[in-house]
Design a protein around this ligand. Structure first.
Ligand SMILES: NC(=O)c1ccc[n+]([C@@H]2O[C@H](COP(=O)([O-])OP(=O)(O)OC[C@H]3O[C@@H](n4cnc5c(N)ncnc54)[C@H](O)[C@@H]3O)[C@@H](O)[C@H]2O)c1
Length: 263
């Protein structure tokens, strides 16, 4: 059966883990050839080996989205390996937890560099290629943390809000060139953040995070990959400049407690 991304060539940043790795697997199942780019070369290679063992076409490389040269090299690898670039999943991002007045300039700058500048660099280097082709789809990973504030996540909140609005401008500037640019805003997703805490703390983390969502659980990486694959495909041909909230209902609420009689 034909996949929704048959014959497309895609780049997935932070493709070695979590949402990125789930999206690599989904893209490959849908027929795409994928460049798996990650700060961890070994994680990227692991995902490559896994999809290659099922007959998928993929290459892996170690890179840092905050470094212009790393992003340029990634795009060149897509062109050298597969001859074109149809889809960029600009997914890498990072958070550090601290109150604004206690946040060091170094921490602020790293979060902005990876999460916001990294997204900008992906756009900057992919757009000229896609303009030459007259087509392309870019999906940026934002977050519900780019829509609302969180305690202790100021740099991440600012960076992800920037990703949402940069998405809109990129969509406007490139619509007439056949390039669609959208972003996804995940709620809390069950990825490495939960796993690296260790089993007991991870279970508690998942329980607390899950309870904050009306659907009463964290999301799974595949549930973001489903949305990203759709946005990357021609099924989303009239969608550009949009932010897709995939958050189990979290942002549907004002945050006010339930009124008496509405339990
Ligand atoms: N997990 C969540 O709850 C959640 C919620 C909303 C948004 N997001 C966003 O989704 C994206 C992916 O998060 P995840 O939870 O799947 O992450 P994860 O921790 O499972 O994996 C992140 C991957 O990114 C790579 N990476 C880190 N810095 C990088 C850099 N500078 N350049 C290239 N690769 C880098 C890491 O090596 C790792 O393999 C991020 O942008 C994150 O902010 C996550």
């Amino acid at each position: 059966m034909a996949g929704i991304l048959d014959n497309k060539v895609a780049i997935v940043t932070a493709g070695g883990s979590g949402i990125g790795a789930a999206t690599v697997r989904r893209f490959v199942r849908e027929g795409a050839a994928v460049v798996i780019a990650d700060l961890s070369g070994s994680r990227a290679e692991q995902v490559r080996a896994e999809v290659a063992s099922t007959g998928g076409r993929a290459v892996a490389l170690k890179m840092d989205v905050a470094e212009p040269q790393g992003v340029e090299t990634t795009i060149k690898l897509a062109l050298d390996s597969f001859g074109r670039l149809d889809v960029l999943f600009n997914n890498a991002g990072m958070a550090e937890v601290s109150l604004i007045h206690q946040t060091t300039l170094e921490s602020w700058e790293r979060v902005i560099a990876v999460t916001l500048t990294g997204t900008f660099l992906g756009l900057k280097y992919a757009i000229p290629i896609m303009r030459r082709q007259g087509a392309g789809a870019i999906i940026n990973t934002a977050s519900i943390s780019g829509i609302h504030g969180d305690y202790g996540m100021g740099s991440y909140n600012a960076a992800k809000a920037g990703v949402i609005n940069l998405t809109r401008t990129a969509a406007l500037e490139n619509a007439k060139h056949g390039i669609r640019v959208n972003c996804v805003c995940p709620g809390a997703i069950n990825t490495r953040v939960a796993q690296i805490l260790g089993k007991d703390r991870a279970d508690e983390f998942r329980r607390v995070m899950g309870a904050a969502h009306p659907l009463a659980r964290m999301g799974e990486p595949d549930e973001i990959a489903n949305t990203v694959a759709f946005l990357a495909s021609d099924q989303a041909s009239f969608i550009t400049g949009a932010s897709f909230v995939v958050d189990g209902g979290m942002t549907a609420a004002t945050g006010l407690p339930r009124l008496p009689g509405a339990e």
